[in-house]
Write a new protein. Sequence first.
Length: 453
Amino acid sequence: MWAVTASPGTERTAPPVAATDLPRLQRRTSAVLIAAQMLGGLGVPISIALAPVLATDVSGTEAMSGFASTASVIGTALLSLPLAALMTARGRRPGLVLAYAIGAAGAALVVLAATIGNFPLLLVGMAAFGAASSANLQARFAAADLAAPDRRARAISVVVWASTIGAVLGPNLSAPAGHSFAGTSIPETAGPFVWAGAVFVLTGTLIGVLLRPDPLLTARALAGPGEQTRAGRSLRAGFTAVRESPRARLALLTVAVSHTTMVSIMVMTPVDLGHHGADLELVGLVISGHIAGMFAFSPVMGWLADRIGRLSVIGLAAGLLSVAALLAGTAGPSHAQSALGLFLLGLGWSAGMVSGSALLTDSVPQAARAAVQGLSDLTMNAAAGLGGAAAGLVMARAGYGWLNAIGASLLLPMAALALFTARRHPAPAKADAGAKADAGAKADAGAKADAGA
């Protein structure tokens, strides 16, 4: 366990943040994170689209094609905790900058591995490349650091929405990125990783220069002394915070189950469509519709989570994902039904991700939030990695319909826990009311923010 803690001397301070400056600072922070998400979100899919092809070329066999993407997912999961430890100790900016730097180094290793034909090195590079995905995930929490409680879900959802740019454009840029290195010693299938590495360097630079003052350290400075000392700033404190909060446990389960259900069904959908005569163009359209459901409507989910409550939107996520599994699993040769099912699958994922992330942030002390959020990303990616691997086995032995049925069954404990939590552990009055006034009062108290280099 990375039990990194922050001592008072590690946090540089700036002049107090005035109450009138806080909304402007939040808008500026969101703008920087949105720009970074658009860039960073472009770097991952531009490369992942060709990762299986690259793995086949380097290993010499299609049997190894899935290992490159798997290594990236594992890297994302494993790097979540040490990056969270760094953010817990030093703030968002150092953690995000380091994550993009590791991602860029991973891209360079992938290019080197492809050039010399070294498959183990390729897997190491892909694992490091996953750090960029971890940074993209953590950006949604950074957007919530300075948001008023009643606007926290919307702040998260806007950053999630910014991922739409990369998710849609990235795969379509893979071929031109590869062709740009035609005639050089770099294989065309590795070309996208050169561009991805450059994108990560640019994104890290953007974060390092413009994400000032650090939103997490500013939020801590705005918190009262009681909030500062209620939990130690370590990953151990993060585990303790989740264990002690029923609502945090529900949030963690929601994010993990929503992501696992979505990934497990989505990865096998192209195979099922192919079994029913769909060509590559139709498969691409169905997946594009799914991606639109995931990202394009996230601001709507954020608005709903702030207006009608986190638990209500978690219930909506369970309903949407269940209907999606029913439609996709029974579609058979009906490609239109498959497309609708995949669109709703993305929409349900968006509802679960946004509401779960907001609820998690609401439910733990300020000092423990970064650690808990890193734990959330670890759990989410590890569960989805297992789900994606198991999906192929279920598909081969029982079929796509049973895969969807199993995916839907994962939602039952999530829905049951949401109902139980709503009855036995209602939201605190302060969280329900939200309060810019509260944040302003804390700002007027003269809290100090980080302005480090």
